[in-house]
Ligand binder design. Structure first.
Ligand code: UDP
Ligand code: MG
Length: 323
C-alpha cells in the first residue's frame, strides 16, 4: 500500500496514555483493516512524561506501512497535537480520535459513511455519555450558550471522534491562531457539516487530562475565539447601566432638594454606595473580559512557533533523535 496517498488519515493525540495504548493498538488496527480502505495512522505524542513515546515507536516498527509518529518536545495541548497531524496527513479524509478509547475505533466506519453521503465534516454525538455528572451538566450549559452566541451548532462539543475532508483539515492547520478549538473551527470552513451518533465508553485506562480549570479555559477559548458577542453584550450593558445611574442621580438630587431631611440625605448616600459597588463590579468584569481578548492579541502578535518537534517516525523520514 502506498502510504503517500491514503484514503483515510487517523490522527490521534497522545498524552501520558501508556496504560491504554496497547489496547488502542489492538482495537484500532483491526477496525481500520475491516473498513477495506487504505489508511495511515498518525500518532502525535504531546510531550508525554511516561513511556507513551516509546510504545508508539514500537508500534511504528511493527506497522511502518500505515503508522506515523510525531513526537512533540513539550506538552502543547490536544488541539495543537491534532493540528500537527493535520499538517502532515496525506489522506483524503481525516478522522480524529482520542487515545483513551472513549471514542470506539469501530465507529469510524459510521463517520466515513456520512462522508460518502456527501458531507465534508462529520461530528459525533455520544449516545450515552459516561462522564461524571458535573461534566455532563456543565457541557449541556455551555452548548446552550455557545449555540446562542456563535454560529456553531455542535450538539456534543466534547466528542473528538470527528471526520474532516482534507481541504478542511488543511484550512484548520493553516489557521494561525494560538488558542483554538478544532471541532468549532471546522464549522467555519465546512460546506455541509453533519453529526452522527456514536457509542461512548469510559476511559479504558489512566485518567482525564482535563481538570475543571482547563475545561473553563477551553470554553473561554471557544467563546472568545468565535464570537465578539461577550464584548458587545458588555458594552450594551455598560451603556444601560450608565443611563440608569444618571437617571437615578437626577431623581436623588431632585428629591433631596424637595425634602432636604438629614436622615433622607444619609439614606441616599448609602444608596449611592450600592450603586458604586455595582458599577465597580461591572467595570472589573468588563476589564477582565477585555483582558481575554487582549491576552489573545498579545499571544498572537508574538508569532511564536506553536509547537516544537523532537522526532518524526515515518518511512522515508529521518529519526531526528533516538527516543
Ligand atoms: N491530550 C493531549 N494533550 C493534552 C491533554 C490531552 O494530547 O494536554 C490527549 C489525550 O491523550 C487524549 C485526548 O487528548 O487522547 C483527550 O484527552 P482526555 O481523555 O484526557 O480528555 P477527556 O476525555 O477527559 O475530555
Ligand atoms: Mg477522554
Amino acid at each position: 500500500m502506498n502510504a503517500r496517498l491514503a484514503e483515510l488519515s487517523i490522527v490521534i493525540p497522545v498524552y501520558n496514555e501508556e496504560a491504554g495504548l496497547p489496547t488502542l493498538f489492538d482495537r484500532l488496527y483491526p477496525a481500520l483493516d475491516k473498513l477495506g480502505r487504505s489508511y495511515e495512522v498518525i500518532f502525535v505524542d504531546d510531550g508525554s512524561r511516561d513511556r507513551s513515546a516509546a510504545l508508539l515507536k514500537d508500534q511504528f516498527l511493527q506497522r511502518p506501512d500505515v503508522t506515523r509518529v510525531v513526537v512533540f518536545n513539550a506538552n502543547y495541548g490536544q488541539h495543537l497535537a491534532i493540528i500537527a497531524g493535520f499538517e502532515r496527513c496525506r489522506g483524503e479524509r481525516v478522522v480524529t480520535l482520542d487515545a483513551d478509547l472513549q471514542n470506539p475505533p469501530e465507529e469510524i466506519g459510521k463517520l466515513i459513511a456520512a462522508m460518502d453521503a456527501g458531507h465534508d465534516y462529520v461530528g459525533s454525538i455520544r449516545r450515552t455519555r459516561k462522564d461524571t455528572w458535573w461534566r455532563s451538566v456543565a457541557s449541556r450549559l455551555m452548548n446552550r450558550v455557545r449555540e446562542r452566541i456563535t454560529r456553531i451548532k455542535m450538539t456534543d462539543q466534547g466528542c473528538m471522534l470527528r471526520a474532516y475532508s482534507r481541504d478542511i483539515a488543511r484550512a484548520i492547520a493553516a489557521s494561525r491562531e494560538i488558542s483554538t478549538f478544532i471541532p468549532a473551527l471546522a464549522y467555519t470552513y465546512a460546506h455541509s457539516p453533519t453529526e452522527v451518533e456514536v457509542e461512548h465508553a469510559e476511559r479504558a485506562a489512566g485518567e482525564s487530562k482535563y481538570s475543571l480549570y482547563k475545561l473553563i479555559r477551553l470554553n473561554f477559548d471557544l467563546i472568545t475565539g468565535f464570537s465578539l458577542v461577550p464584548l458587545q453584550l458588555f458594552s450594551m450593558f455598560g451603556m444601560l447601566v450608565s443611563v440608569g445611574a444618571l437617571v437615578t442621580y437626577l431623581i436623588v438630587i431632585v428629591s433631596r432638594l424637595l425634602q432636604a431631611g438629614w436622615r433622607e440625605g444619609f439614606a441616599t448616600l448609602w444608596d449611592r454606595d450600592i450603586l458604586a459597588f455595582f458599577l465597580i463590579g461591572m467595570l472589573l468584569f468588563g476589564l477582565g473580559l477585555v483582558g481575554e481578548y487582549v491576552g489573545r492579541i498579545y499571544q498572537q502578535v508574538r508569532e511564536r512557533p506553536r509547537y516544537t518537534i523532537r522526532a518524526v517516525l515515518e518511512r522515508d523520514a529521518e529519526v531526528t533523535r533516538a527516543l
